[in-house]
Design a binder for this molecule. Structure first.
Ligand SMILES: CC(C)(COP(=O)(O)OP(=O)(O)OC[C@H]1O[C@@H](n2cnc3c(N)ncnc32)[C@H](O)[C@@H]1OP(=O)(O)O)[C@@H](O)C(=O)NCCC(=O)NCCS
Length: 432
C-alpha cells in the first residue's frame, strides 16, 4: 500500500473507530480457523479491536480436532453425540485449544503487533448448560445447550478491560460438564448479551448472488436461500447468525479466516469484505443535534466544493441545526437534509449522502430514506407541498415524484432570495 493510500484508509476508518468503541462483539472462531496459519493475524486484529475499546467475547470451537481425537464418533443433524466416556477427551481438546489461543494473545516479542500491549484474556464458569436430550428419537447424551449465561459477571469482566474467552463447555447445576455445539453457543451468548455484533469466521469468503457477485448484505430470511449451495458447517454458521439477528443482535458478519485483514476490512470500510446479516428495516433518520454539526460538515464540504450544494458556514449550520435531519448506518452519520417551512410550502435543502454510502451500498437507499423522512416531517409541520432548488440532481428528484416549476411559483420570501446566477432548477412535489 502506498503511503497516500495508507493515510486515506486510516483517515476513512475514523467514523468506524468511534462507532465501534464501547460496543460488544461476540466473535466465533471454529476449530478450522484455529488450525489455519492466518489465526495469528486474526488474533492481532482482535487485539487491535480490543485496544480501540471494543468489548470482545470470543467463543471457540474444535470440530476437526475432536474428529481427529474421537474417530468414528456419531453425529446427528451435524451435531456430535457425546458419549459419557468421550467427555475427558472433549475437555482435554478444548483445554488445549483454549490455552493455544491464550498463548497467541500473550506473544509480545519486539517487532510484533502485540509488543508492549498487555491483554488480559479471562475464561470461567459463565455458562450453565442443560442436556440437548432426545431429538428425532436420538439421545444426544452429553451434548448440551446453553441454559443460562452469567451476564453480570461477563459484563463486569468486559467493563474491566478483559477479553472473555469461552470454550464450548457448560456445567449443569450438579457440576456435570456438557459438550456444546460451538456455533449455537456463540449465537446464544450474543443473544444473552444483546451484543452489537456477532462475527463468525468461516472458510468461505462471503455469499454470492446468482450472478456470482458478492452479496455484502442479506436478511435472516434471504440467507436461507443460499443454504443449498453451502457446506453443512457453513450453513450451520449462517443459520446461527440469522437466529441471533432475529433475536435482537444488531448485526452478524461472516468473514473468511483465510483472508489476512478480512476482519478490519469488514469493520472499518464501507464496502466490507464478507457478508453481513441485518434485519430488513429502514435505517434510522432522526432530527439532528448540535453534536452532529461536525459530521454534517464532513458530508457536505466536498459537495459544496463541487458546486452541488450551496456553501453554509459552520455557524450557520449550528444556528439552523433544528431544521436538519441525519441518516445513520451502524451508528455512523452518513447523510443529511434540511426542511424549512415557508407558509404552506416546505423547502427541502442540503440533501446529501456520504459518497461511500450512495446507491444503496450499505444495503439501504439512504437518499430515499432521507427524502421519505423529510416528506413526513414537512407534513407534520403542516406543509402541503415540498420544493427543492437543485443544479445537478434534477433527475433524482423527478424520479421520486418532483416536477419542474417556475421561480414565480416559489413562496415570496424565497423568490426574493433566488440566485439567478446559480440558475438552480426549481422542483415541486405535493404532499399528502
Ligand atoms: C442525490 C443523493 C442524495 C442520492 O443519495 P443515494 O443514497 O445514493 O440515493 P438512493 O440510494 O436513494 O438513490 C440512488 C440512485 O440515484 C441515482 N442518482 C444519484 N445522483 C443522481 C443525480 N445527480 N441525478 C440522477 N440520478 C442520481 C443513482 O445513480 C442511483 O440510481 P440506481 O439505483 O439506478 O443506481 C446523493 O447522490 C448525493 O448526496 N448527491 C450529491 C448532493 C446533491 O446533489 N444533493 C441534492 C441537492 S439538494
Amino acid at each position: 500500500m502506498k503511503t497516500n493510500d495508507y493515510s486515506q484508509w486510516f483517515r476513512g476508518s475514523t467514523p468506524y473507530i468511534s462507532a465501534h468503541r464501547g460496543k460488544t462483539f461476540v466473535v466465533y472462531l471454529g476449530g478450522d480457523a484455529l488450525a489455519h496459519p492466518n489465526i495469528t493475524n486474526i488474533v492481532h486484529d482482535l487485539a487491535l479491536l480490543h485496544v480501540l475499546g471494543v468489548h470482545l467475547v470470543l467463543v471457540h470451537g474444535g470440530r476437526p480436532q475432536l474428529d481427529a481425537a474421537l474417530p468414528g464418533s456419531a453425529s446427528h443433524a451435524h451435531r456430535r453425540i457425546t458419549q459419557p466416556e468421550h467427555m475427558d477427551t472433549v475437555t482435554g481438546v478444548y483445554g488445549l485449544l483454549r490455552s493455544q489461543l491464550e498463548g497467541l494473545f500473550s506473544t509480545g516479542l519486539p517487532n510484533t503487533p502485540l509488543h508492549n500491549v498487555d491483554i488480559s484474556v479471562v475464561s470461567g464458569n459463565f455458562v450453565t448448560a442443560k442436556p440437548l436430550g432426545v431429538l428425532d428419537g436420538v439421545d444426544h447424551l452429553f451434548t448440551g445447550q446453553l441454559r443460562n449465561l452469567d451476564n453480570t459477571r461477563v459484563q463486569r469482566l468486559l467493563d474491566a478491560n478483559n477479553i472473555v474467552l469461552q470454550s464450548p463447555l457448560g456445567f449443569s447445576s450438579s457440576g456435570q460438564a456438557f459438550n456444546l455445539a460451538s456455533e449455537e453457543l456463540a449465537a446464544d451468548i450474543s443473544i444473552a448479551l444483546q451484543a452489537d455484533k456477532v462475527i463468525f469466521f468461516d472458510e468461505t469468503e462471503h455469499l454470492n448472488a446468482a450472478d456470482g457477485q458478492r452479496e455484502s448484505t442479506v436478511t435472516p430470511s434471504s440467507v436461507e436461500d443460499h443454504f443449498g449451495a453451502l457446506s453443512a458447517t457453513t450453513a450451520q454458521r449462517f443459520s446461527a447468525m440469522a437466529r441471533a439477528v432475529r433475536a435482537g443482535v444488531t448485526k452478524a458478519h461472516q468473514i473468511s479466516f483465510a483472508t489476512d485483514g478480512g476482519l478490519l476490512q469488514e469493520l472499518f470500510t464501507a464496502d466490507g469484505a464478507g457478508t453481513q446479516i441485518i434485519e430488513e428495516k429502514a435505517q434510522p433518520v432522526r432530527a439532528a443535534k448540535l453534536d452532529d454539526v461536525g459530521d454534517i460538515v464532513e458530508i457536505i464540504r466536498p459537495l459544496e466544493e463541487s458546486g452541488a450544494l450551496l456553501r453554509r458556514s459552520r455557524d450557520r449550520l449550528e444556528q439552523e441545526i433544528e431544521h436538519f435531519m441525519v441518516a445513520e448506518v451502524d451508528g455512523v452519520t452518513v447523510g443529511c437534509c434540511a426542511v424549512y417551512l415557508h407558509g404552506e410550502q416546505a423547502e427541502l435543502a442540503c440533501v446529501a449522502v456520504s459518497d461511500l454510502y450512495r446507491r444503496g451500498s450499505a444495503g439501504v437507499a439512504i437518499g430515499a430514506n432521507l427524502l421519505l423522512a423529510a416528506e413526513q416531517h414537512a407534513m407534520q409541520v403542516g406543509a402541503t407541498g415540498l420544493f427543492v432548488l437543485t443544479t445537478q440532481t434534477q433527475d433524482w428528484f423527478e424520479e421520486r415524484g418532483f416536477q419542474g416549476g417556475d421561480v414565480n411559483d416559489l413562496p415570496e420570501t424565497k423568490q426574493s432570495l433566488y440566485n439567478w446566477q446559480r440558475g438552480s432548477k426549481v422542483l415541486f412535489k405535493s404532499l399528502g
